[in-house]
Design a binder for this molecule. Structure first.
Ligand code: ZN
Ligand code: ZN
Length: 258
């Protein structure tokens, strides 16, 4: 049994065959998944997916790539939308310095999402790319003003951000990148993170794990990442499934097993 803690079922690559995607997930022992918001203005769409399928939950938030499109989304808006019974997380939000972007808008949005996570008690799904120090500094500063649950999703940062995030009580979620050959640092983080802080995800439709690398990713493939995580930690796939599922329901505390 596995949970895909982060996917994008509303993206066209997956929306085209949603019934097939969900059926294959079920057939592969994926008992639940969170379809993650990237734009608040499209929240209705992902909320509808979560309402239609008991094994799907959703989040609410603005991805850093879209931060400049939604400067008017305040903490109160996120809190209000997150009250929906199928909405179990805030985000994804954070900082992405890989691409040119409106970094001040990303930081403002990130802090508003943190405030919403603190207020609701729902976990913040953090997108961090090539922004290790700024992410860690903001997390430390904001935690000083009041703790909030969070996960560093699709972990692809340096080991120092992993350690600083874990020290704040955060979780780390591993994606298909974990299976890639050049992922030594991510594999190190996966080996040394405490057992009660690890999650798995696909970030589908992107980042398909080996042996599907380069193709469209989907929740059923999360087992390849879980298998790699099991190998790295010297435990069975079953043990990783049990551990990451227990971790998921502890962190995403509003979600109930189906
Ligand atoms: Zn992301
Ligand atoms: Zn994502």
């Amino acid at each position: 049994m596995l949970i895909d803690s982060h996917c994008h079922l509303d993206f066209p690559e997956l929306a085209a065959d949603r019934a097939g995607v969900l059926a294959r997930a079920k057939a592969n022992g994926i008992s639940g998944m969170v379809t993650i918001s990237t734009r608040v203005k499209r929240f209705d769409e992902i909320r509808a997916i979560a309402e239609a399928h008991p094994e799907v939950w959703c989040s609410v938030g603005t991805h850093p790539h879209h931060a400049h499109e939604e400067p008017g989304i305040e903490t109160a808006d996120l809190v209000r939308l997150a009250a929906h019974p199928r909405c179990v997380a805030i985000g994804e939000a954070g900082l992405d310095y890989h691409y040119e972007g409106d970094y001040p808008a990303q930081a403002t949005g990130f802090r508003r999402h943190i405030a919403a996570a603190r207020e609701t008690g729902l976990p913040l799904v953090i997108h961090a790319r090539q922004a290790d120090d700024d992410i860690a500094n903001i997390l430390e500063e904001e935690t000083g003003q009041g703790a909030f649950p969070f996960v560093l999703h699709c972990f692809s940062s340096g080991i120092e951000l992993a350690r600083r995030g874990l020290a704040l009580g955060g979780y780390i979620s591993f994606s298909g990148i974990l299976t890639f050959k050049n992922a030594a640092v991510i594999q190190q983080a996966a080996s040394e993170a405490p057992a009660d802080r690890i999650l798995v995800e696909t970030d589908a439709p992107y980042l398909a794990p080996i042996p599907h690398r380069g193709g469209t990713n989907e929740p059923s493939y999360v087992r390849h990442t879980a298998q790699k995580l099991a190998e790295l930690r010297g435990v069975s796939l079953e043990a990783i499934g049990e551990q990451t599922t227990a971790n998921f329901f502890r962190l995403f505390s509003k979600a109930r097993p189906v």
